[in-house]
Write a protein that binds this ligand. Structure first.
Ligand code: CA
Length: 226
């Protein structure tokens, strides 16, 4: 699961990034509203944590513009204000939830999990199942038959992307955006290396990652294999 964090206070941004990564979320950061909006418009994020008071574009304005463009990524709005009027304004602008600073790590993580469970959001359950292959993205745990293995965060993000799109061809560029983030110098041969790692950990006879030459990869289900 990939989160976009738009927060201009460097220390808070750093602390949140640390907490989120420790809890197995992929994180990209923006420090002002305009950059945050440009990143959000790419549509690669599962969730956006958006500060209200931002330089260059205010959080609520940014949010209204995103929603008017049809971008419905769930948004958790962070704010220093706590009046009923502010809450209503934030929710009216299209925020899915609202968290008042200062907040505890536990509360933030609970809110993120709750947003992830909402059927209207793009995030689905915390457990993905494709042909008996079960992934818990927030735990980086893969279960096949009665065997459970730990994946690295990148392997888990990669498998999550495949399992949310079974049977679809995913390009190497899409994989780079979703797994490594937009702001990366990583090249596509890293994708090949991680697909190789992941294939070594997959031992289900019913699912395999097929190479689509020159383009990318596709998670194939083979339910008839005994
Ligand atoms: Ca701020």
């Amino acid at each position: 699961m990939r989160i976009l964090l738009v927060e201009d206070e460097p220390r808070l941004s750093e602390a949140l990034t640390y907490i989120l990564k420790k809890n197995n979320y992929g994180v990209d950061t923006a420090y002002d509203g305009e950059t945050g909006q440009a990143m959000a418009e790419t549509g690669v994020y599962d969730l956006i944590i958006l500060d209200r008071m931002l330089p260059r574009k205010e959080g609520v304005t940014l949010l209204k513009e995103l929603r008017s463009q049809g971008i419905h990524t769930p948004v958790l709005l962070l704010t220093a204000k706590d009046s009923l009027q502010d809450r209503i304004e934030g929710l009216d602008a299209g925020a899915d939830d609202y968290l008042v600073k200062p907040f505890s790590t536990e509360e933030l993580l609970a809110r993120l999990r709750a947003l992830g469970r909402r059927p209207s959001g793009q995030i689905q359950d915390e457990q993905l199942n494709v042909a008996g292959l079960i992934l818990k993205p927030l735990h980086c745990e893969l279960t096949q038959g009665n065997e459970t293995v730990k994946l690295t965060l990148k392997e888990s993000l990669l498998l999550e992307l495949f399992m949310r799109n079974p049977g679809q061809v995913i390009t190497k560029e899409q994989i780079l955006d979703r797994v490594w983030g937009l702001d990366t110098d990583v090249e596509t041969n890293n994708v090949e290396i991680y697909v190789h790692y992941l294939r070594k950990k997959l031992n289900s006879p019913n699912v395999r990652i097929e190479t689509v030459r020159g383009i990318g990869y596709c998670l194939k289900e083979e339910p008839n294999v005994p």
